[in-house]
Design a protein around this ligand. Structure first.
Ligand code: MSP
Length: 510
């Protein structure tokens, strides 16, 4: 199987991480873990974006040296990778020498090739977005859209990258490669944007305006435009590992146009490198129906959330609730609905019943199944269907549906237990009753082993605990683990702490 390289956007270190950052990283982790389960050699990169005006301003506002400022906030993002149980192979910071060197080398190469030229720029600039504006970006009343903040008129000598000369190449590339952007409607918007002529990209900022950046190797009076620097992280991190091109660059919908959809493939092409195979564009989380914002208190901090609940429940909710590519809303109510019905009452309940009944009725040792009658055959058939459907669904990034199907199998297993009612069989002293009891106990633990294996990429911690209870080692690969069989016969089951404790009752309103 081919190696697989995937990346996330690298987060700005001008504020603490929120649930949107957490989602993107968990999504990437679920893809990475799924592919490793399938036997693929996966390399997963994430990191922080640490240069530019926003960062310099943030540090000044706090009155601390910029390096100290970025070190502190980047450390929070590193902490987040641990808290979220991410399986990333590397964490890149754009202030690291290994990255700065690659950026300088790439710039020098493009400069030597004549892809970069110097020119006088006269026009409007948004310090907030660190972006030069065009007349067409004005609103009909002549004002500038709010996202640009205060807009200033400037005249400045700068360096430009010849973006426009690659416009047709990019259009052809996107047209020829249907999979270059996921989902399809984002690809369409990108092509629409490209139907208008592009401007060349200003890639420098004079040092007297911005100090905090990578110096241009051919002119020490300038630093590199932050996007030109940041995008190269995907390449600089793996340049010497032979991993380029990336299979997936995972990003949010706000940074497709123009950064990842236009600058990035053109930069690579001009450098003689292949573009990423696919840009996977996810939607945005709102919180309680509104845009997330610290100032309005509408902000979910993943650290606090994991302390209050647990990381597996957060990962589960994020992947279960959001359709990859679409927006979703985060609310405590909706979280509780999923937590209670799917995690605590369905999966958690199956774990408890399996372990408790095996302990009570078989001294904790999983018996061999004696027979396979209709209830067993039905459950086995549902398993085969669920597993095959899930493999197709995850291939198409439909993780929310794959989880839904798996949970239907868990529910069906609980229904099987009701149907066989081992507590009644335990009272039946006939040989047939004994065989049916053994069969029921064997079937429920086998179904739990299988169903939980499918959930491993989403909840690796919880699933490995379940496996511990079933006397199984942590899951390493799906190969040989997804077939119904008598694998657990003879296993001495252990205890598992309650995985999804019942939430405290909501406070009553007076
Ligand atoms: N530093 C740039 C990315 C450079 S990539 C070479 C940046 N940083 S960011 O911190 O603003 O955003 C990081 C990622 O988080 C982006 O992909 C962005 O879309 C995503 N999200 C930020 N807010 C989000 C939500 N509310 N919901 C989901 N994802 C969100 O952009």
């Amino acid at each position: 199987m081919k190696p697989f390289y995937l990346t996330t956007a690298i987060d700005y270190v001008n504020g603490s991480p929120h649930i949107g950052h957490a989602y993107e990283k968990v999504l990437a982790d679920v893809i990475a873990r799924t592919r490793r389960m399938q036997g693929q050699d996966v390399y997963f990169l994430t990191g922080t974006d640490e240069h530019g005006q926003k960062i310099q301003q943030g540090a000044r506002a706090k009155g601390v040296p910029t390096q100290q400022f970025v070190d502190e906030i980047s450390a929070e993002f590193v902490q987040l990778t641990k808290l979220l149980n991410l399986s990333n192979n590397d964490f890149i910071r754009t202030t690291e020498p290994r990255h700065k060197q690659v950026v300088a080398d790439c710039l020098q190469r493009l400069f030597d090739q004549g892809e970069i030229y110097r020119a006088e720029y006269q026009g409007f600039y948004s310090p907030r977005q660190e972006q030069f504006l065009q007349e067409k970006e004005r609103l009909p009343d002549g004002s500038w859209p709010e996202i640009f903040g205060e807009v200033i008129a400037i005249t400045e000598s700068n360096y430009f990258f010849k973006l426009r000369s690659y416009q047709q190449w990019l259009i052809d590339h996107i047209t020829a490669n249907e999979d270059f952007v996921f989902p399809a409607h984002r690809r369409k918007s990108l092509l629409e944007f490209l139907s208008e002529p592009l401007n060349d990209l200003c890639i420098s900022r004079p040092k007297d305006r911005l100090e905090w950046g990578i110096p241009l190797p051919f002119d020490a009076n300038y630093v590199t435009y932050v996007w030109f620097d940041a995008l190269l992280n995907y390449y600089s991190a793996v340049k010497d590992l032979g991993r380029w091109p990336a299979d997936f660059n995972i990003i949010g919908k706000d940074i497709l146009i123009p950064a990842h959809g236009i600058y990035w493939p053109i930069m690579l092409h001009a450098l003689g490198l292949p573009p990423p195979k696919a840009l996977l564009v996810h939607g945005w989380w709102s919180v309680n129906g509104a845009k997330m914002s610290k100032s309005t208190g509408n902000f979910v901090d993943p650290v606090t959330f994991c302390q209050q609940w647990n990381v597996d429940s957060l990962r589960y909710f994020l992947i279960r609730e959001m359709v990859v590519g679409q927006d979703a809303d985060f609310s405590q109510e909706q979280f509780l609905v999923r937590y209670n019905s799917e995690l605590a009452n369905s999966l958690g309940n199956l774990v408890n019943r399996t372990l408790n009944m095996t302990t009570r009725f078989a001294a904790g040792v999983v018996p061999a199944a004696g027979v396979a009658e209709e209830p067993e055959l039905e459950l086995q058939a549902l398993w085969a269907k669920t597993r095959d459907e899930c493999m197709t669904l995850v291939e198409g990034l439909q993780f929310h549906t794959a989880i839904e199907r798996t949970m239907q199998f868990v529910t069906a297993t609980n229904a099987y237990i009701e149907r066989r009612a081992p507590w009644k069989l335990a009272k039946d002293v006939s040989p047939e009753g004994g065989i049916l009891l053994q069969t029921a106990l064997a079937t429920m633990s086998e179904a739990l082993r299988l169903g939980s294996a499918l959930l491993w990429p989403v909840m690796p911690g919880a699933v490995d605990k379940i496996r511990g209870g079933l006397a199984q080692p942590p899951l390493a690969k799906w190969d040989g683990e997804l077939e119904w069989g008598g694998r657990l016969a003879g296993a001495q089951l252990g205890a598992v702490d309650i995985l999804f404790p019942k939430p405290p009752a909501p406070e009553k309103k007076a």
